[in-house]
Structure formats: C-alpha cells, structure tokens
Design a protein around this ligand. Structure first.
Ligand code: ZN
Length: 211
C-alpha cells in the first residue's frame, strides 16, 4: 500500500487553498496503481478548478521489490540529498539506490526501469547525443521517451534552451548498448545521483582513457 495523506495546497494561479492527496511512498508490488499514475504524470498533481495543474514538490520514496530498486525524490537541494543518502546507508538497503531532485526525474527513472535500460548508460548516451546533434549546452533538457527495439532506436524528447518547444529525436540503440556494456563506466553502489552531471563526467573519463 502506498503511504498517502492529504495536504492543503494553494493554487499558484488563482491562490485558492484546497485539500490534495499526496502520495509519499510507492511500493510497486503492493500498489501498482500508484506507479501507473506516477508514470502518466498524474500523481501528486494539484488539479485546480481554475484549470491550473501544479506538480507538488514532496519527498517520495519509490521501491520496486521485483527489480530490487529504490529511488528517493528529495526536493530541497544538496542538504536534502545528503540527508537522504545518510538514510539509505543507515537502512543498509541492497540493490540499486538512487536520489533524484524531482518527481519528473523519478518518472524518467521508472520509465527506464520498465524499458530495462541502465540509467547510467542512458545519461552517457544523452551527453554524446547532444554533442552529436550540435547542442553545446550539455544541461539542455533531454528526456528518455521510449525504446523501439524493432527499429533499434531510442526516442527522446528534446526541449529548446528555454525548456520549451519539445521535439522528438532518435538515437541508435546499438550506441547505447555499447555504453551499457562498458563495465568500467558503471557507477559504484555508493553513487546515488546518476544525472547529467554524472553522465558528463563519465563521458570525459571515457574519452580521457581512450586517448
Ligand atoms: Zn487555481
């Protein structure tokens, strides 16, 4: 069962205060429905009568026991991340452990888990893909969308420099597979934040070692 409660939230558009259901823990085996709503972007969203939809910033703990996978959403910056990392260590959980700053980042992680793709090789793929299509800003918003194994491509959603105007781009799946096979790049169990910063560093190390 998911841990859920009700919180009072003020709509940022019309300022009306209202009760909203907030889910802070998801166990995919006990609550597959919460996971489905998460992936569809329907979880922890304030849908106001005025039409405005707002994603709530909250700590959310995600556990997929079948994949032995844990992910904690910690909005609130580095201090929150450090505290969450300490909690992981104190609990002594085994399996894959991740920390992400937002619910959207968790959604991407869960989509990757469902697609049976390694997040670390995906982050490296993103950096190489941006470079290959001439995007100099390696922080550009680029999100995993789907993997098409029949066409042998990964599809992504690329946003412009202002984080708008999403476009679908594709990259060859074999390029990802090559990275995923690089055990030298694989993060240590203690590396919990596998994000663009991590991916950029991993690609730099890979290139340095090739030269
Ligand atoms: Zn409103």
């Amino acid at each position: 069962m998911s841990v859920a409660g009700t919180v009072k939230v003020r709509c940022p558009a019309c300022k009306a205060e209202q009760d909203t259901k907030l889910v802070q823990s998801i166990n995919t085996r006990k609550d597959p429905d919460a996971k489905q709503r998460l992936v569809k972007g329907e979880l922890n969203v304030l849908v106001c009568a005025c039409g405005k939809q707002t994603q709530l910033a909250a700590n959310v703990f995600f556990h997929d026991p079948d994949a032995d996978y844990y992910c904690q959403v910690c909005p609130g910056g580095d201090a929150a991340m450090i505290k969450a990392a300490e909690t992981f260590r104190a609990v002594g959980a085994t399996g894959t452990q991740r920390l992400v700053p937002s619910l959207n980042a968790l959604i991407e992680k869960v989509k990757l888990l469902d697609a049976n793709l390694q997040d670390w090789a995906i982050e490296m793929t993103k950096v190489l893909l941006l470079a290959s299509i001439g995007v100099r800003d390696l922080d550009r918003v680029l999100l995993f969308d789907t993997v098409d194994r029949a066409e042998s491509v990964i599809r992504w959603v690329l946003f412009d420099e202002r984080g708008r105007d999403p476009k679908v781009v594709a990259s060859p799946l074999p390029a990802y597979d090559k990275l995923a096979a690089r055990t030298a790049s694989k993060p240590a169990p203690s590396e919990l934040q596998i994000d663009r910063v991590w991916g950029t560093r991993a690609v730099e190390i890979m290139i340095t070692n090739q030269n």
